[in-house]
Design a protein around this ligand. Sequence first.
Ligand code: ADP
Ligand code: MG
Ligand code: MG
Length: 876
Amino acid sequence: MAKKWVYLFREGDASMRDLLGGKGAGVAEMTRTGVPVPPGFTITTEACNAYYESDKQFPEGMWDQVLVALKEVEKQTGKNFGDPSNPLLVSVRSGAKFSMPGMMDTVLNLGLNQSTREGLAKLTDNPRFAADAYRRFIQLFGKIVLGVEGDRFEHLMEVAKGHGERLDTDLSAEELLAIAEQFKQVIKDDVGIEFPEEPLDQLRAAIGAVFSSWNGRRAIDYRRINKIADNLGTAVNVQSMVFGNMGDDSATGVAFTRSPSTGEAEIFGEYLVNAQGEDVVAGVRTPQPISKLKDTMPEVYEQFHTIAKQLEAHYKDVQDVEFTIERGKLWMLQTRNGKRTAASALKIAVDLVREGVIDKATAVQRIEPHTLDQLLHPMIDPAARVTATVLTTGLPASPGAASGTAVFDPDEAEHMAAEGHKVILIRVETAPEDFHGMVAAQAILTARGGMTSHAAVVARGMGKPCVAGAGDLRVSYADQSVSVGEQKIAKGDWVTLDGSTGEVFVGKMPTVEPELSGDFAEFIAWADEFRTLGVRANADIPRDAKVARAFGAEGIGLCRTEHMFFEGDRIDAVREMILADTLEDRRAALAKIEPLQQGDFEGLFREMAGLPVTIRTLDPPLHEFLPHEDHEIEALAAKLGVEFAKVKSRVENLREANPMLGFRGCRLGIIYPEITEMQANAIFKAAVAVKAEGVDVHPEVMIPLVSNITELKIQEELVRKVAAEVFAAAGVEIPYLVGTMIELPRAALTADEIAQTAEFFSFGTNDLTQTTLGLSRDDAGRFLPAYVEKKLMPDDPFQSIDQRGVGQLVQIGTERGRSTRPNLKVGICGEHGGDPASVEFFHRAGLSYVSCSPYRVPIARLAAAQAALGDGKRDK
Ligand code: ADP
Ligand code: MG
Ligand code: MG
């Protein structure tokens, strides 16, 4: 017997997402639980994969099973496919495991031809409806299945509507039929075929087209951005049609069981009377809020409300549903977990815990850590609002604020962004083919479409600000401008969007950071109940330390002392130190730097009262601190009272062929011990001073770029000698640690030796990645993106740790270090400390803490909690 490729809706359930896709599993589950769903069947994702394996042929037995299932649907509906006296029409809908909004298109009203259309007109006594369904079918089939440019049809519709003088609902049956004939002519001209009359041929072609769309550009782009595997395949749902375009007692709509923008616990949605399918999402007319339905069709609304709540309770999560009302009867067409902004996700998770629907652990697992970024989004500075010029206000479709220069074309947006410009993509409305431009833009502005329009849904998914449906905007693609009344924004002009309020401002506006209290604080505290991994921050200055602490950092994991060297005019003293010929001169210069550093450290210790502060001794190659242009060298020579030629030759001298592997890290402190000595003095004097103020201080001195135990020993002895001197002079003892960065493969491999001296390790995964992969981050730009694209690497190894390679060194280093010193504290302080997948890895590797940039601290806290909850492979 052939494999089962086809499942009736009543044969499936929610657990079968892999096989039936999200949409198929959803309609099956609704059918099973008694929700009114138009009958239909699902062709499996396996059939899609088999189709690709056999050179785009339907797998054996599939078509026969389709015919059998179709017979069953005929029985269930009492209609017959292709029968003019009572025609069954179907939709052909794609549906992969993960919902890919707008990525693959649906064909509606399939089964119509000249004779079934006439039959339908007679049967419904509504020739206009039949003509409308017919013209929609030819349009969708032409565009999606036959690949005709959609604009060709839309243009003809615009002409028929008199360019906005009339609505689509104003067109008569005759006019619609004339349009249908024009559409067929377009198809003939473009594709060179007659429009297929035979319904089974239509069905066969549509199924093939859905399979093929799995490898269309939009689908591939979407999967890449969302890290969805290419081999999942899409299912195809064939479903009997119900009609929202049968008159004023019919409608179609979409709704969320709670607000996808704010999380407010109110049904939130939009619908259009006398409309079909994509009309709401495509922004053909401006839809009405769902609350209106309560007034116009109270009974239907009541039923809808009940079903929506029932689905939410059933799935224990917010549902995004599609429905159609056919002559006063409600039909549900789709349910899925609703995409939502981070703000909404957070409120919903917290509310569902409060309502007793889910527990804290579930709530913590519900939120993708990186989406918290959205909550950390800047908002428009309230002070700047006072004098701002509001161009217009649209719908607050996706929160956050952003400024950029106006562009009107997605390709151009992509170009400009690649050149480093911040752009705002402005469109009448967006369509799936604009996706790449939306990815490139800071924010999106549309003139048409509602809160569930394509622009809104996609922007929310990406966490980008979006203002949709700003109806006053007159967008001119020809002129590359947008205007409201007298005001005009041309291509390249700055605009600012506030996606939380819907406002559009002229010009570039300053933004401020958000407040993180209330639900956010409560939620993130729950995460802390589960996590075992510590989270620290990389912070160099007191201001950053303060932010880090506010975000919940449990210490500083990395203070890069040299970042303070550029402040004010202290760089002069640093340069004097570097250029010094004699030890004496160098000491003189260092003496100028020491009090400045001490002041910096005092600030850090105060901010981080009671928490550990890891300070790294000087790390970068000295050359980085020197001027390189002749005129700069001249200025420096003059300042120091030295000859130009001498400074110039010293600068030349310090130039290295490969600075990353050159004279840097602990090598500096070994050749010039006085540098380490000065830094140790600054650290311990600061500690003593702040301690005297009654503040609890925990200094940790970290030696960089160690590859061998002796290097570390030399530096450690020096640090301890200075500490003893400072404490003796002050008459106090302050506990402190001396440890090292592990950022060279040799250090990881000899970690058992290194741990004899090191009291803690901190993996410097940036350098460890460079040295393990033999890959300079600064030079990788030419080929690394291509490597990732070609999947030679699963991810950019500088963003997400290379677990097999670099990660193995982290594991080895940790194990060997702890074989010598069982309670060795082990952290990581590279960029990876804020990457959720890497955090999960570090949790498994048994690290003590991760340290990341202050703004990523909440993300790391959540990722660490999810790792602890064993939720490593999160469902996308
Ligand atoms: P998408 O994945 O883009 O949402 P869908 O398959 O859900 O695509 O369909 C697009 C639109 O067509 C939706 O509004 C949906 O409700 C509507 N639709 C799909 N199938 C039917 C049907 N059998 N009867 C009526 N409307 C349908
Ligand atoms: Mg669609
Ligand atoms: Mg849908």
